[in-house]
Every structure is written in C-alpha cells, then in structure tokens.
Design a protein around this ligand. Structure first.
Ligand code: SAM
Ligand code: SF4
Length: 343
C-alpha cells in the first residue's frame, strides 16, 4: 500500500485522530506521588525506543494526518540528544505544532534550545509553591529549579507557557488561588487536572480526589471567573479573568467524560501504541520497527499497523473511584503508571 499524504486516522467510532503524545523515556528525576511508586523499575535501555525509532513513528503518524505532537515521558528533558529529535520532528511537512510537557527541573538549561528546535509551547507541572510540600509531592524535587525553569521558559520565546496542577484535596487545594495568582503575575496559563487512577502509587486517591467543579467553586470565591468557549484542541474547559491573558483550564476526565471528542493516541517509551489512556489495550510497534529497517516499505508496514489500531479504540475510559457508600480499597483500573504513557 503506497503511503498517501492525504490519509487520515479515523477510529471505529468515527473520531479523527490528529494528535500524538510520544513518550521518549519512562525515566524521571522526580517521583511524584500521583504518578509513580516510591521504588520504580525502569526499562532497560535496549527496550526503549531509540531517537531514530521515535522519529520513524512520528513521521508515519504525520503522514496519517496527525498535525500535533506532544513530547512527554517520564521526564523528556532527561533524554540525551532530545534536541536532535525535536528538530527532526518539527521539520516534518504537515506537522503544525510540536509541544512538550516537562516537570521543569531542567528547563532553565534547555528552554532556549527547545524554542530553537521548534517547540512552540511547553506545559510545566507545578502542584504547589511551597518548597517542603513540593518535596513531599515529588519525593525528590527542588522547587527552586522548577521556578527558575519557568522563568527561563517565559523569556525563551515560546508562544505560551502553561502550568499543569493535579488537584489533591488536603494536599494542595489550599493553594489553588495562590497558583492562579502566580500564573497571572507571570502571564502563564494554568490547568487544573483531576487525578486519574493509573498505576499503584501508594496514594489514597479516592480520599483526596477533587473534581474540577469543586476547584472552580473554590476559585470563584477569589476571582471573577468568566467562562470561555475557546479550546486548545483538547479536553480542557477554560475560564478567563477580566483584563488578563491567563487562561484557567480544567481537565475533568472523571467528572466530565470527554471521550466523545477524543482526538489523541499515545505511544510509550517502549513503543506501545495506546489507543486510549484509560484502557490497558496496546499495540506493540517495537517488533515492526526492529524487524524492518528504515525504508519506505517498512514505514508502510508501520502505517498499516497504526491504521488498523483504530479498530482497537474503545468508546471511552472507565475511570472511577469507589464512592463513600461503597468504600473499597482503591484498585487502579489501569495498571501502568502515568509515567509510562506520559499523560
Ligand atoms: N514529567 C513531565 C511532567 O511531570 O510534566 C511529563 C510527564 S507527566 C506523566 C505528564 C502530566 O501527567 C503531568 O502534568 C502530571 O502532573 C500528570 N499526571 C501524572 N500522573 C497523573 C495522574 N495520576 N492523574 C492526573 N495527572 C497525572
Ligand atoms: Fe516524573 Fe512527571 Fe511523573 Fe512527576 S508527573 S514523576 S515529574 S513523569
């Protein structure tokens, strides 16, 4: 089958897939309590996609009509020679946006080279502004490095810098207003995310689950929030404040299922294509990549496999937490950690 530049990925429910999240490593210099267990076994290097394999995957997805790629991880900035991959992906004809999600720890060093490589926007995870709390949440991290990274990103020339905050009742819900003030002061966007049950991290997730609606009500006490109909092509719903650039977003996979409009798939650092973040099904691309060296014909095999994976895409995820009426110990419905699939 010749590779057609006009191909599109349409899944069995009629949804078009135009967005790839590509994880370039499962490793990370943090161990966030909502994302990883305290002790993690990372993949042996030979099981991780090489940068060339990442590029092959990206190229085929772009040929299949994907116009936006997010580089993620683990922590993408711990991957050596990442700039090479970013430059190559950014130059793929047909790609309109290359973006990246980072914990910010290495951003001071890399912000400028990310912009030069063609990364248009960065998301930086920030759940607290308090150093001790930051250490508790990340188990290892130094908040100063992240704040310096955000400062460097602001002047590096990205179109926009956005903060991602995972909402945790009793952990950081007393700081949502402070985080919005920080975003306003530094002219950043901020998105509050409901915690998803991915991987057994040891946290009491049902106990600290907080919905987007609750966070919105909390913030409404401090800010004159104006609902906005704008979208960044994803599941976030946005609010604005009079006279400010800052967008305040909410991603609510548990309280507001947005699967109907889902336009994205994920590839893990091990080369597994996950048609849905909230399900365990995956298609391993590594055997195809390794059995067939790079070339038009082998890319065609990859293209066929990816196209066929659209038949695996479920209607939606089934995330939920036990309700107070049925207090069951939390069991993650998806066994892999978020750091495997990259959010
Ligand atoms: N290391 C980078 C970072 O922290 O931004 C990129 C990878 S991280 C897995 C991507 C995003 O997923 C982060 O914004 C993180 O806060 C979020 N995340 C991790 N575990 C989560 C969970 N269980 N529920 C919701 N969001 C989660
Ligand atoms: Fe690392 Fe990001 Fe997961 Fe935190 S959320 S442990 S920074 S991959």
């Amino acid at each position: 089958m010749p590779i057609s530049s006009s191909s599109h990925l349409i899944d069995r429910h009629g949804r078009r897939v135009s967005y790839l999240r590509l994880s370039v490593t499962d490793r990370c210099d943090f161990r966030c309590t909502y994302c990883m267990g305290e002790k993690m076994n990372f993949l042996p290097r030979e099981e991780v996609l090489s940068l060339e394999e990442c590029l092959r995957i990206a190229r085929v997805f772009v040929r299949l009509g994907v116009s936006k790629i997010r580089i993620t991880g683990g922590e993408p900035l711990v991957r050596r020679n990442l700039s090479w991959l970013l430059r190559e992906i950014a130059a793929l004809p047909g790609l309109s946006e290359l973006v990246l999600t980072t914990n910010g720890s290495q951003l001071e060093r890399f912000a400028q080279s990310l912009v030069e490589a063609g990364v248009k926007r960065v998301n930086v995870s920030l759940d607290t502004l308090k150093p001790e709390r930051f250490r508790e949440i990340t188990r290892i991290g130094e908040i100063g490095q992240v704040l310096d990274g955000i400062a460097a990103a602001r002047v590096a020339g990205f179109r926009r810098v956005k903060l991602n905050t995972v909402m945790m009742r009793g952990v950081n819900d007393d700081e949502f207003a402070a985080l919005v003030h920080y975003a306003l002061y530094h002219d950043l966007d901020i998105t509050f995310i409901e915690e998803m049950p991915l991987g057994e991290t040891g946290r009491d997730r049902p106990g600290s689950y907080m919905s987007g609606e609750e966070a919105l009500a909390l913030l409404g006490r401090d800010f004159p929030l104006i609902p906005s109909s704008e979208t960044s092509g994803g599941p976030a719903r946005y609010w604005r404040l009079p006279g400010a650039n800052t967008r305040i977003g909410f991603i609510s996979p548990l309280s507001h299922n947005f699967c109907e409009t889902c336009n994205r798939v994920r590839v893990t650092a091990r080369g597994e294509l996950h048609p849905c973040l909230g399900q365990n099904e995956a298609l391993p691309l590594m055997p195809l990549l390794r059995a067939h060296p790079e070339g038009e014909e082998s890319d065609t095999l990859l293209l066929q496999a990816i196209t066929e994976s659209m038949g695996l895409r479920p209607k939606g995820h089934e995330f939920s937490y036990a309700s107070p009426e049925t207090p069951a110990p939390e069991k993650p419905q998806v066994l892999r950690f978020m750091s495997m699939t990259g959010g």
